[in-house]
Structure formats: C-alpha cells, structure tokens
Design a protein around this ligand. Sequence first.
Ligand code: NDP
Length: 280
Amino acid sequence: MTAMLIDGKKIAETLRANLAVQVAQLGFQPGLAVILVGDDPASAVYVRNKDKAATGVGIAARTIRLPADTGQAALMALIQQLNNDRDIDGILLQLPLPAGLDSAMAIRAIDPAKDVDGLTPTNAGLLAAGLPGLVPCTPLGTMKLLAEAGVTLRGARALVLGRSVLVGKPVAALLTAADATVTIAHSRTRDLAAECRRAEVLIAAVGRPEMVRGDWVANDAVVIDVGINRLPNGRLVGDVAFAEVMPIAGAITPVPGGVGPMTIACLLENTVTAAIRRRA
Ligand code: NDP
C-alpha cells in the first residue's frame, strides 16, 4: 500500500477559482497591501507570488517596498496609514523583518480587522477562545487539506510537531476545535519518535529537513508536511522523509505542492473575508 497523495496544488487551484467567482460578484474590489522591508531574496519571491495570486482572483494588490535600513517609526507610520486606508482590506507584513526592527511591535499595530495573516494578539486570542476572527493562513490551509482528504478529526489522536505562533499553536487550536485529541511536541519533547508513532494525524512544522522518518509514522496515519527546507544542492524538501513515509502512511502531502499553495490561497480567502466583514 502507498499513501494517498493530498494534492495541495490542485485543491488550492479550486479554492482560487471559487474565490475569483466570489470576488467578481462582490460589487467592489478587495484591497491587499503587502509590506516588504529589505531585500531578502526568498521574501521577495514570496511577495511576488502573493501579489500575482491576489491579482489573479481580482484582488487589488499593492506591494510596498521599504529599504532594509527603514526605522521602526517609519514602519509603524506606514501600518497606521494602511489601517486608515478605506481601500485596503488586508495588510500583510512579510516576515522576517531585517535585524533591528521589532516585528512583534509592528504586528500589534495592524488593525485586527485587516490582519489577514491572523498574527495579531487579538486574532490569536479569538482563535484560542473559539471565536470568529482571522485565522493564520498556513494553519487554515492545513485544515482545508484535511477536510478535502476526508479525514475524520473527531476523536482522532493528532500530534502537532512544532509550537510556533505562526503554525504549530494555531494548528493545534484548530484541531482541538475540530474535536481531535491534540498533543503538541517541540524541541524539548522526550522520545519524539514514540509520540509521533501514536498519532493518527501527524502535522510536521519544525523546519528540519526530513526529520520525520518512516519508522516514526503509524500505519495509515495522515501526514501533513508543513516544512519547507532547501538542501545545499538546491532541492526543496519537507520535514518528513517522503519516500520512507509514503509506503506506510494512509495519506500524505508532498513538498512542494502540498501546504505551500494552500497558504497563498488562504491569504486570498482571508482578504475576501476581511473585505466582506469590513464593508458589510
Ligand atoms: P519555527 O522555527 O518558528 O518553529 C519550529 C518549531 O519546531 C518550534 O516549536 C521548535 O521547538 C520545533 N523544533 C525545532 N527543532 C526541533 C527538533 N529537533 N525536535 C522537535 N521540535 C523541534 O518554524 P515555523 O513554525 O515558522 O515553520 C516550521 C516549518 O514550516 C519551516 O520549515 C517553515 O519554512 C515552514 N513553513 C511553511 C509554510 C508553508 O506555507 N508551507 C508557512 C510557514 C512555515 P521549540 O519551540 O522548542 O524551539
């Protein structure tokens, strides 16, 4: 038996196509502002992809590029200006920021109603409280992949490997809300392999190339690989040793082509959601 491949690229395409139809019927054009500070090449690629995807579904995307030596005050002023801009429904601050800038402070300044990355303490609190807010894009995409793959979460033993604010914690909150029994593992977890082997649903978000080996995974487990790691030879791999896990798992996401495309599609969905809520 080999695992069913969960095709994030295809699922994201469908989501984007549905969003394009929804946007065309809105009667107004949602606006997304992406702030890119500095000249980190990977961030520049991410921002270009987001801009292109947003434009593709009919969102008015505006990328604001600031030099690497931008001061905190100038960044805060820009965020304030976008908070007050009636045409902007979503604000995304591309992370990481250059050294010397306080990203937590900048994120706190974003209007929670426009926080399409779901990273403000307000939206994190709403998620923790099980109340409607804006949910971080990668966790939202992860949940959509599980739903599309027909995974039953109620009562399932889920393990989230990683506890970041961006991925691990919100994924754990969403799985809990979906009635899974959730364990969060991290760098201080004892016997990680044994913890992973107990999981019926395993979400890997550690940023360690191919750390999850074949013998860490239970037969028929559903494995969602959030990790994106570039090897010295240029190849992109996830946090899961795909070739080893494929014959054991029940379903698995590839890297690339799994969670990555869903993250962008969910950013667009969040922008449309924010626009509808703001302008209703
Ligand atoms: P962080 O570095 O913020 O968090 C990593 C987490 O993994 C931490 O909780 C850390 O534990 C844990 N961890 C690190 N090393 C180990 C280890 N050896 N054993 C057990 N736990 C470990 O990363 P992110 O959450 O931001 O991202 C995780 C991965 O997901 C990265 O590869 C990133 O590139 C990718 N990513 C992919 C996205 C997509 O669209 N597909 C979007 C966002 C991220 P501790 O807390 O104890 O330090």
